[in-house]
Design a protein around this ligand. Sequence first.
Ligand SMILES: NC(=O)c1ccc[n+]([C@@H]2O[C@H](COP(=O)([O-])OP(=O)(O)OC[C@H]3O[C@@H](n4cnc5c(N)ncnc54)[C@H](O)[C@@H]3O)[C@@H](O)[C@H]2O)c1
Length: 349
Amino acid sequence: MRLLILGTGGMAHQHAKHFAAIPGVTLVGGVDVDPARVEAFGKVHNIPRGFASLEAALAWGEFDAIANVTPDSVHYATSMAAIAAGKHVFCEKPLATDHGKAVEMTEAAEKAGIVAMVNLTYRNVAQLQRARAIVQSGAIGKVKHVEASYLQSWLVSKAWGDWRTESQWLWRLSKKHGSNGVLGDIGVHILDFAVYGAGSDIDRVFCRLQTFEKAENNKIGEYELDANDSFAMSIQLENGALGVVHATRWATGHMNELRLRVYGELGSVEVQHRHDGSRLLTCLGPDAETGTWTEMECDPVPTNYERFYAAVQDGKTAEPSFRHATNLQKVLDLATVTDTDRREHAVNA
Ligand SMILES: NC(=O)c1ccc[n+]([C@@H]2O[C@H](COP(=O)([O-])OP(=O)(O)OC[C@H]3O[C@@H](n4cnc5c(N)ncnc54)[C@H](O)[C@@H]3O)[C@@H](O)[C@H]2O)c1
């Protein structure tokens, strides 16, 4: 598979590293609107061609698939152009900035018959895959309650860089720059973590969003800091379980931490994914009587990068697909609506 990497900023390095390690994948080109960035990227990853626009790369055309690693607001136009040219697309999350655009992208991809997948990264966590298998095996019985959180602290700590001075962080804080805040950025990850682990989609949602004062007049240069920093959501799953999902960039002491607890009528599972490792804990069968938790070992699972490559070989889209990401996008859009009208909404009304 000849791969073009579109957008050569921070996350693109992960794509280049992971795809280059897959036998059968060749990185043939990079594209960035910033010529210095694409040139430096090409040197680091030994990529022979660099382009200043997707149009120029499509005119050349010598590739099978694109990894779309542009900012959120750029995913729609660029993915649609690649789909129209018959290229397979592995797009970064969130798939689009709203449900309508995500639907268009999904329908265009399905009509074109290309492979269209989204990098919901935490599917790569073996402990999450194992937790889902346990839930689906019936070992915890009927799921009653779910707790999921995604905690980051980059508004507090400079461990990832300084958001006050670096454009790569500032765009994430500004609606005009295409960001839907913590909800659009990591909300999609934790919703996917929750529904995938609990084995059920979301039926009803209510969400509160909060944007805290961060700078004088809440503005730095051209960036208005108006995108949400924290959200707290209540959900009901299609399987009837009740749940809470929350995320924030203000979680001092938590670098990048996802946690999921799924409670059933016979047992429970807990997945912890932190910057320093992942764990799966279970409380099953007689352990329910003593509240005893056991850590389970998990074998590595294929990454999304490997799954995308395999899907292109099969000629058939696999999960996480554009369609799944579109369903999550609907929940994200509704979450914003519920914050405004302060009442719960049904997802499939
Ligand atoms: N899956 C994950 O865990 C994960 C982690 C981080 C970021 N992301 C996602 O990856 C995407 C990129 O994030 P990032 O952190 O690399 O951002 P970034 O700002 O570091 O990089 C984006 C790059 O795209 C370039 N670009 C902008 N418009 C372009 C266009 N029209 N054509 C070509 N290049 C263009 C920019 O010049 C920049 O170099 C975002 O959608 C983000 O949400 C996903």
